[in-house]
Design a protein around this ligand. Structure first.
Ligand code: UDP
Ligand code: MG
Length: 152
């Protein structure tokens, strides 16, 4: 089982797409093992987007990601990193295929609703960046117990 980090970006929250995004993850059988709302500080943004700090669009990206809260999730499942990246679609949402989150809900390269880790190594770093160990939950439902109400 793999874990990956997802951020629902400020535009996803502003546009009321939090339930839509989380619903898609759940329906794909990805298990939510961590979930919170937080405001990213500038230092964390520089670390998270270290590969982009020299790009001309970085100031806008940092401003966008640090001026409003985001929702961070860790989901777990088979090949979760690649599965979620496929569900998210390419960075430039204008080119993102219908059926992907970016393809269905954005037409922009910068305001593209969601972040997802792009490799297993990066996922591990990003999970540690946004979640303390005690904020992640290891749990399972026994199918028979789940169906039976405790008062039956
Ligand atoms: N971004 C942007 N302009 C660009 C490329 C990227 O504003 O030309 C922003 C966009 O929000 C993107 C984020 O920077 O999601 C991170 O870029 P990356 O290349 O890591 O793409 P992602 O992994 O999000 O698909
Ligand atoms: Mg990226």
């Amino acid at each position: 089982m793999e874990r990956t980090l997802i951020l629902i970006k400020p535009d996803g929250i502003q546009r009321g797409l939090v339930g839509e995004v989380i619903g898609r993850l759940e329906r794909k059988s990805l298990k939510i093992v961590g979930l919170k709302m937080l405001k990213i500080d500038k230092e964390t943004a520089k670390e998270h987007y270290a590969h982009l700090v020299d790009k001309p669009f970085y100031p806008d990206l940092e401003q966008f990601m640090t001026s409003h809260p985001v929702i961070a999730l860790v989901v777990e499942g088979k090949e979760a990193v690649a599965v979620v990246r496929d569900m998210v679609g390419p960075t430039n949402a204008t080119k993102a295929p219908p059926g992907t989150i970016r393809g269905d809900f954005s037409n922009s390269t910068s305001r593209n609703i969601i972040h997802a880790s792009d490799s297993k190594e990066v996922a591990e770093q990003e999970i540690n960046r946004f979640f303390k160990p005690e904020e992640l939950f290891d749990y399972s439902f026994s199918w028979s117990n789940f169906l039976k109400a405790p008062d039956e």
